[in-house]
Each structure stands twice: as C-alpha cells, then as structure tokens.
Design a protein around this ligand. Structure first.
Ligand code: FE2
Ligand code: FE2
Length: 261
C-alpha cells in the first residue's frame, strides 16, 4: 500500500502549456477531464515502478524497461497537467494510497505474469485504442501533438507486455495455464470496472468539444468493449489462454476470487 502524497506538477506543467482551441463553452468540462487524466497518468508511474521491482525480484527481464515506463507515465501526468494549466487550472493534486497486488499465493514468475497481463496486455492496449480514437477526433494542433506524444509511449507499454508474455509461454505448464485462465477473468472484471468509472455514459457535448479532448462517452465505451473482444481476447486465445471464456464469466469470477483470498 502506498501513502497519500501531495503532487505538485505546476512548475514543469506551466512550461509545457499547449495553445488550445478557443472553445470557452467547454472549459469547465475540459478541466475536469484533463485533471482526471493527469491524476490517472501520474498514478500509472507508481504501477510501473512496482512492476519493475516485481520483475527484478523474480529475476525476469524487463525490470529496467519498466522503470523507464514509470518515468514516461510521470511525464504523461505533467503533459496532462500542462493542459490543465492552459485551461486556467492548477496542476496539483493529492495522490491517494493505492495497493499493488504481489500475488504471493503463486510463484514470483507467475505473479509477474498476472500483473503484466493485467497492466500491459489489458490496460495499456485499451489505452492505445482510446487515445487513438480521441486523436482522430481532434483537429491538427498542439493538443493533438501532445496526445500523439503520449500515444507512442502507450504503444510501447502494450507491446512490451505482449512480447514478455509470448516469451514466457514455454515456462507455463498446464496447471499454471489453468490458474492464469482463472486470473484473466478477475483481471477483465477489474479492467471493465476501472474503464467504465473513467468514461462518461453520456453522448458527449458535441460541437467542437472533441477538439479539447472531450469525447462521446457511449462511443468510447463501445470502443472499449470492441478492443477487448476483437483485439485482447483473440490475441490471448492465440497464446493458448481461454480468454473468451474468461471475459464471458468475469463477474462471477470476481465474486469467487474475493471469497478465496
Ligand atoms: Fe500513460
Ligand atoms: Fe502507459
């Protein structure tokens, strides 16, 4: 469990403020959205620091790369903070405590695989799809350039995970595969809960709001589900995991998992 921490990105963020399209009618919504992104991105730095330490403890490759991903996620937080500052807000917030699952019920190797599947193969792959769509809805300009900058890193984070899992498959025996299949259900349930918490249900504000990064929530929720069904599940199935079944039974699996741990 990490501690509560006051994060102040104002100094760095102010130097990177992008020139924004002048759509003042959407300023309040845009501020809330970019503040949320700033906090979310900055929080991902903690996750990658923990994953780097976990990989290192397990003697697996990729610890150093994950440490650089942590720096990239912090930079994404600063970039989103730069948008907050450009909109007239303050790039400062309280980072709430968070827990990182170590999975001490299985080997260090298997625990790492669980987290790489959840963090990189699932969350980062979804991030790539959502940010790509947001970018397509934007006009050329500083904000789209900023999003492209973030996107290229997220692509790297997702690729890292898929490559690591593919390379680890020879060490995954039948019993471990069956446990990982059960874990996938739980990870899918957490993924869905997290994404739906961060994507509005509404149709969006329309007009020019997309040029400030405000998207149609219904379209983004639908894109999330398509990304799971059409990208993540088939790719995991191709590696021999029962991912379609794991997605189908995600709600039930979460309840059972909670009882078991
Ligand atoms: Fe990020
Ligand atoms: Fe990322």
């Amino acid at each position: 469990m990490t501690a509560q921490e006051l994060v102040d990105l104002r100094h760095e963020a102010r130097r990177l403020r992008p020139t924004l399209p002048n759509h003042t009618a959407y300023t309040e919504h845009a501020l809330a959205a970019w503040r949320g992104r700033m906090i979310n991105e900055h929080g991902s730095a903690r996750v990658f620091r923990a994953l780097s330490e976990q990989l290192d403890r397990a003697g697996m490759l990729g610890a150093a790369e994950c440490a650089t991903f942590a720096q990239e996620e912090r930079r994404h937080g600063v970039l989103c903070g730069a948008v907050v500052e450009a909109l007239g807000g303050q790039a400062t917030f309280v980072e709430m405590p968070s827990s990182y699952p170590i999975h001490s019920d299985v080997s260090r190797f298997e625990g790492c695989l669980r987290n790489v599947l959840s963090i990189c193969c699932m969350s980062e792959t979804v991030a790539v799809a959502l940010i790509s769509a947001e970018r397509l809805a934007m006009e050329p300009g500083a904000l789209r350039d900023l999003l492209e900058d973030i996107l290229k890193d997220e692509i790297g984070h997702a690729r890292f995970g898929w490559k690591l899992v593919a390379g680890a498959l020879p060490r995954v025996d039948d019993a471990m595969r069956a446990r990982l299949d059960r874990y996938l259900s739980v990870a899918f349930a957490h993924l869905e809960r997290h994404e739906l918490e961060h994507i509005d249900e509404g149709p969006g504000l329309g007009g020019d709001s997309a040029s400030l990064g405000l998207c149609d929530g219904r379209a983004m929720r639908s894109l999330f589900e398509s990304t799971v069904r059409e990208v993540i599940v088939p790719r995991l199935e191709g590696m021999g995991f029962s991912a379609a079944r794991a997605w189908e039974y995600r709600s039930e699996a979460l309840a059972v998992w909670k009882e078991a741990v």
